[in-house]
Design a protein around this ligand. Structure first.
Ligand code: P61
Length: 463
């Protein structure tokens, strides 16, 4: 092997490993049976049949010893748990909103805000759809309208802030339907379905200004806002010297409320919240949470879960953690780019997204190329990834026709603080092996389609 001198200094994980969970390897024959039984849907595999699990970064994080120690301090009172007040004060400190309503996870918060603010016939503009977010908006009678910049739909575009809102698209919608029919602008940071792409502070401020002009609220999906803040520090003029914590707070200050899945940035396995500035809206949310989640001081969570989230907030903004976190995703992405494997560029915050449309160009979108590619990677190595294309996009709620998203992707998602660089090497080599045999991969037909969020439970057969 030739050893070349490094061109830059490397990062290393800012932690050492104290507890390990053994991984299980399987034979190809075993995996063939498992994926067939799972209807070629990686969501339906048993975790014990998976080797390296890159399905999601949601709830799959490794907690620190500081967080585990906090779990022992869970105050499991039905009402007024000490851990709630600590979470509330850390939410105020790191996100800056006035009021906190805990929920069992992100979609619990999405449910409450959608039910409170959306009336049948309303329109909700957003920087690309997210599955659960749009589902709740539609259930409340609203119609989601995509107002992200065109570059976000192009895997090759190198725009540094592909999560940006296209202000002209937003203005055109306001003109067309009127501000009264737009309860809020739904802004995600970073944008999951676009490939983990950030929104810039400049764009966020401009959205705020335009929304203010028309008296429209701005609601943030803060699920991966810390990772967004890190990209702003790296890429946006004037932010290199600011701390990620300060950038995060500035980002949130441009919005009126936030929904949050704690299972990502907050380095925990379960939890979420709704954060609100408006006292009247908070009052309504606090009342509604008792119907669907639990009392307003636990929202479906144990006291210990709230403690772990509160402590996660203190760890998520640390510079060495974020450098290693984003650095690991970049490491995997760059390996694939070196081998000329088509991925979404620039490399995102939480995952590398394979361009299945390009990799399997012989399979038409109606034959589910990304679904087939994810199944093929599992078959090759036991690495589990996720479809993010036509299956995830679902059907138009009005016409019933498939949505045909321009992005047909496989998400190779990196849990936080869980896997090592060697796991990334093994993953990259498996993707390369599948890539080299891509011509042999066949498409799929859907044989079972659930009504809601079909990608979770749909089943397929090989054509
Ligand atoms: C994920 F395949 N994300 O990325 P909850 N907003 C955003 C999310 O990423 C998110 C939620 C709200 C998941 C889990 C998941 O189509 C899927 O805590 C930007 O999961 O309820 C969740 O937060 C919802 C996977 C969700 C999916 C929906 O893996």
């Amino acid at each position: 092997m030739k050893h070349t001198k490094p061109t830059r200094r490397s990062w290393a994980e800012p932690f050492k490993i104290k507890v390990v969970e053994p991984l299980r390897t399987t034979t190809r024959q075993h995996r063939m049976k498992a994926i067939k039984e799972a209807g070629y849907n990686t969501f339906l595999l048993r975790s014990e049949d998976v080797y390296i699990d890159l399905l999601t970064d949601s709830g799959t994080n490794a907690m620190s010893d500081y967080q585990w120690a906090g779990m022992m301090l869970g105050d499991e009172a039905y009402a007024g748990s000490r851990n709630f007040y600590y979470l509330e004060s850390n939410m105020r400190k790191f996100y800056g909103y006035k009021y906190l309503v805990p929920t069992h996870q992100g979609r619990g918060a999405e449910h409450i805000i959608s039910q409170l603010l959306i009336k049948p016939g309303d329109f909700i503009p957003g920087n690309m759809y997210f599955t659960t977010t749009r589902e709740h908006q539609e259930r409340a009678g609203g119609t989601f309208v995509d107002i992200i910049i065109d570059e976000a739909h192009d895997p090759e575009s190198l725009h540094p802030f592909k999560g940006n809102v296209d202000l002209q698209k937003l203005e055109a919608l306001i003109k067309k339907v009127g501000a009264k029919k737009i309860p809020y602008v739904s802004v995600a940071a970073t944008v999951n379905m676009a490939g983990g792409q950030p929104i810039s502070m400049e764009n966020m401020r401009a959205v705020r200004k335009l929304a203010d002009k028309h008296g429209i609220r701005v609601i943030l999906d803060a699920t991966r806002a810390v990772e967004n803040a890190y990209f702003i520090k790296l890429r946006e003029k004037g932010y290199a010297r600011k701390s990620v914590a300060a950038i995060l707070k500035e980002l949130c200050s441009c919005t009126d409320a936030a929904t949050m899945s704690g299972k990502k940035d907050l380095l925990v396995n379960i939890g979420g919240f709704l954060a609100i500035n408006d006292a009247k809206l908070y009052d309504e949310a606090r009342n509604m949470v008792v119907v669907f989640e639990g009392l307003h001081t636990y929202g479906g969570l144990a006291g210990r879960d709230m403690e772990a989230m509160a402590r996660g907030m203190e760890e998520m903004v640390k510079a060495d953690y974020l450098r290693a976190r984003i650095g690991q995703v970049e490491y995997l992405g760059e390996k694939l780019l070196d081998w000329s494997i088509p991925i979404v560029k620039p490399i995102g915050g939480h995952a590398v997204f394979l361009d299945a449309k390009k990799i399997l160009e012989h399979i038409p979108q109606d034959r589910f190329p990304a679904q087939a590619l994810a199944a093929e990677i599992y078959l090759d190595s036991g690495v589990r990834t996720m479809e993010r294309g036509i299956v995830s996009a679902g059907r138009d709620s009005a016409t019933g026709a498939h949505h045909h998203p321009s992005l047909e992707l496989v998400r190779v998602t990196i849990p936080r603080r869980v896997y090592t660089q060697a796991h990334m090497d093994v993953t990259a080599e498996s993707i390369l092996a599948v890539y080299e045999n891509r011509k042999k991969v066949r498409g799929l037909k859907m044989v079972y389609e659930p009504k809601y969020l079909r990608f979770f439970q749909a089943q397929f057969e090989k054509i």
